[in-house]
Design a protein around this ligand. Structure first.
Ligand SMILES: [Zn+2]
Ligand SMILES: [Zn+2]
Length: 208
């Protein structure tokens, strides 16, 4: 009789262990899934920084000058407004770069699906701004040579992001990311084929 009870007790212990292990595995899978959902959410939020209202306004400000190859007036409000938009976008990319770095660290420095998703979403923006930043900085400098554009660390952050994207890009995109690495060269951007245009007449007291 005692032997039977012992066997029953052992059977019950094994069964409860199996149930506990199954529950643990289920909760680990659910937790992994939740973790991955969170990572995708972070990637989506990082991309949003490049398309929010502030980025839209800055892109319009910088893009018009870039694509039309137009000079910046050294008088009035224009230079200050362009400088503000220029740094706003450099800092937006810095924010994206630091977020991407954290995502990458969290996945053991291996680009997982969330990092690849982020890279796919932001690469087109980085490609556009490679030329934009070079050309706008040149125009800002030409518009007032006595007022240097101090953008060193922020530019380095953008360059580091561009380098990081090369790791996950396909071959044609990787080649584009290697274009126009400094201002001693140009790229295939259409702006280089546009005849330079003079600055608009200076405006004073305009809202930024
Ligand atoms: Zn270019
Ligand atoms: Zn360009």
């Amino acid at each position: 009789m005692e032997g039977k009870i012992e066997l029953l007790w052992r059977g019950a212990t094994v069964a409860s262990c199996l149930i506990a292990l199954a529950a643990l595995r289920f909760s680990q899978q659910a937790s992994r899934k939740q973790h991955q959902i969170t990572r995708f959410g972070i990637a989506r939020d990082l991309h949003a920084v490049l398309i929010n209202d502030s980025a839209r306004k800055a892109r319009h400000r910088l893009g018009c000058l870039h694509w039309q190859n137009k000079s910046i007036s050294g008088e009035g409000e224009e230079r200050s407004e362009v400088m503000s938009a220029y740094f706003a976008m450099l800092w937006a990319f810095e924010h994206v770069a630091s977020g991407r770095e954290l995502l990458l660290k969290d996945s053991g420095n291996e680009p997982d699906a969330a990092v690849l998703f982020l890279d796919r979403m932001i690469t087109v923006h980085v490609l556009e701004y490679i030329c934009t930043f070079h050309e706008i900085k040149k125009k800002l400098t030409e518009s007032d040579t006595s007022d240097e554009v101090f953008d060193g660390a922020y530019t380095e952050s953008f360059v580091a992001l561009r380098e990081a994207l090369r790791e996950t890009a396909d071959d044609p995109t990787r080649r584009k990311l290697e274009n126009h690495t400094n201002n001693s060269e140009s790229c295939r951007c259409a702006c280089h084929r546009v005849t330079p245009r003079p600055a608009d007449p200076p405006r004073y007291g305009a809202a930024a």
